[in-house]
Design a protein around this ligand. Sequence first.
Ligand code: SAH
Length: 207
Amino acid sequence: MIVRLRDHYGIRDTRVLDAMNSVPRHFFVPDALQPSAYGDHALPIDANQTISQPYIVARMTELLELKGDDRVLEIGAGSGYQTAVLARVAGQVFAIERLPDLARQAQARIRHLGIYNATVKCFDGTLGWSAHAPYDGILVAAGGPDVPEPLVAQLKEGGRLVIPVGERRDAQHLIRVVKTDRGIKREDHGACAFVPLIGHYGWEENK
Ligand code: SAH
């Protein structure tokens, strides 16, 4: 998996590759799918959600350009895999998952791996998590119609926000927002497909 990320997908950040090498991905997928845990694809997890393709996890983490003492907000913790990878490259990770069962399981897996600099809470992440703001990096692992305003507000100057944005619920472009002293810079990093971001600044539920 690591060789493919480096040689095929061009992931260059060695801290990201090391982090992905050290987190056991099979631990985050359902038992029956463990043999495919290191394949080049997303996999279903509970509650109709997915654990993202390894390349997407690596690319989003790389785009955050994190340093060892950075504070990160993650929205859509799902299985907790991306949370664990972020915890290896950043100082502190605050993760949000809207589905209570997933949030509980993600937190339990992370503790089981002995990761203590990440915490998972259950609420609507489109509102951000103001108690720990501002953040050096914000990663959203579900696709919304636009960049939620509270997340931009909770970004530090110089901070990076990575989020899939699209007019349709099932197709997005990976957008990176960088907050500078002269305002917001917005970059397009190509097409992608995530599950919908559901919440106040996302899509409505059950549509
Ligand atoms: N990074 C995760 C991906 C999980 S899929 C992994 O690798 O396992 C995206 C997750 O976003 C789903 O679990 C979904 O429930 C969650 N989600 C969707 N909208 C949300 C919101 N407003 N706040 C928090 N989590 C949300």
